[in-house]
Structures are given as structure tokens and as C-alpha cells.
Write a protein of this length. Sequence first.
Length: 302
Amino acid sequence: MALALALASPSLEVVGVTIVMDNHSDVHLLAANAAKVMALCGRRDIPIYVGAEHPLAEEYHGHSGIHVHGQNGLGGTELDMTDAIVPSSEMTAAEYLVHATAGGDISLIALGPLTNVALAIQADPEFAARIPVFSLMGGTVDGVGNASPSGEANFINDPEAAAIVFDAPFPAVIMAGLNATRQVPLSDSFRAAIKATGSPVADFAHAASAGYIAALAEWNALSYVHDSTAVMALVRPDIFTSKLVAVRVETKGEITRGTSVADFSGIHWPGARKNVHVLMTVDTQAYYDHYVARIATYAAHS
């Protein structure tokens, strides 16, 4: 859903897609999924680069993500796109990030664990400084997690990578954490409005999200529009409020590993860079309306 929104947003030009483990351990399957979704959206010209298969400091442990997103990573929905893009083998995802941003003026959106981004930072110390805007879905600042009592799944699936990213000198980071994304429920009415726009993209979003909702319901958990919020923050910043703070990620805590912590007072970490715009509130109806309007543009090309 996030990729479909990005591709349908005139204010964005998607120049490349990188793949990281998270909702499945098979990054090649995830790359194929991304290729199918982009082909469904009518974009077969954007390169895809396969990235990290496991976190920086431990083995892959995101198996609950496979349950949530299905064995095929698409909520059990099948996409038969025989002319989908073939992922490039010329560079790894981290190598591509360094290469693509060498000239500057390329923003970054991250929707999973930050492993590829951390690897790019380690490979090129100047990488972070030349990214004008970095919008990510991950973490939370309200202390209510979804993969632990206080931690969000993307950060917990690679805490070391998240810590490296938040310590890096990005000029501006937009953090779409659970505290913000939980203000956008993946409601039946929202899904129905998407489907009513009438295109294969809309049908897919409706069908795939059904599997996601059903999987979370088994855990008595509600579903929200998480990843798309990192995209929406770039295309409709006017529907959000945010606070500029310093954020750090815990890597050592026995029960808080992967938890993101924001210093809202500004007094606890003297000298810390306040470069994270933490999304705080969302105009939910405006979010729904804009998403549906952008997805409706696919119907004209069906």
C-alpha cells in the first residue's frame, strides 16, 4: 500500500527500491513481491536491489512477521505478473543507496528494519549527511510497542541498525512511529473506499489487507495503516503535527531492547542533535481521503 501511494504521488519520483528482511526471511521472495506490485502499478522501469537477509548482530528473528503477512509476504494474495521487473544483481541494497545518493538531492523512505541504511552509513561516512529528508516507519514514543511491551517491530528486528541510524548526521528525519500510525486504523470503510475506486491495484490492496487483518485478529490485535504513513508524511505534511527532538534506540536493555526513546524535555542528553521530527497527531479523515484519491488514479490506466 505504501509503494502504491508513492508511485501514484506526483510530488515523488521513485528512483529505486531496496529490499530488507522483515515480514519474511527470504529477501528474494520480497524482491519478487515488490516487482509484482510495481508491475501492477504500471511501473516496470524502477530498479530493485536485494539487501540484508539478517540483522547486523544476530540471526533473523522476525518469524512473527511471516505469520502476519503470510507465507508469500502478500497476505496470501497471489499476483501473477509474468512481466515484473527482475531484481538487479549488480549491487547490494546498501551499495545502491551509497551510489544513488552520491550526487545528493535524493530523499529516503524506510519501511522495514534499518539494516540496509545502517550498512550504507558504515560503508560511507558521508552518506547520511547528504540525504535531505529521511522518512521512516518505525519505533514509538508513547511506550506502547507491538513486538514487545515498549518496542516496535522494525526496530526490534535490528536494534543495532536503528541505533546507528539515529546516531547518524541526517539533516532531517521524519519518524512515523506507532504513536502516529495507530491514529489511522485499517478500517472496513477505508478498505471499501479503496476497492470502490475500481482498479487491479485497488483490488489487490483490499485483498492483501484482508489477510493482514485476519492474522492480527488471531492475536486480538487491531490493524493500522503503518508503512503508508512514512510516505504520506512527505506528500501531505500539512495533515500531521510533529515535535523536533533527539531520539535514541536502546540496544542493551533486557526487556527494552529495540525501544525508541525521545527526549521531549531537551535536558537529558546535553549536546544531542535534535533532528528527528516525531509525528504526533494525524488528521485521519484527510489521510483516508488523500490515499483513496491517489489510488483512484490507477483506475484511469486500467
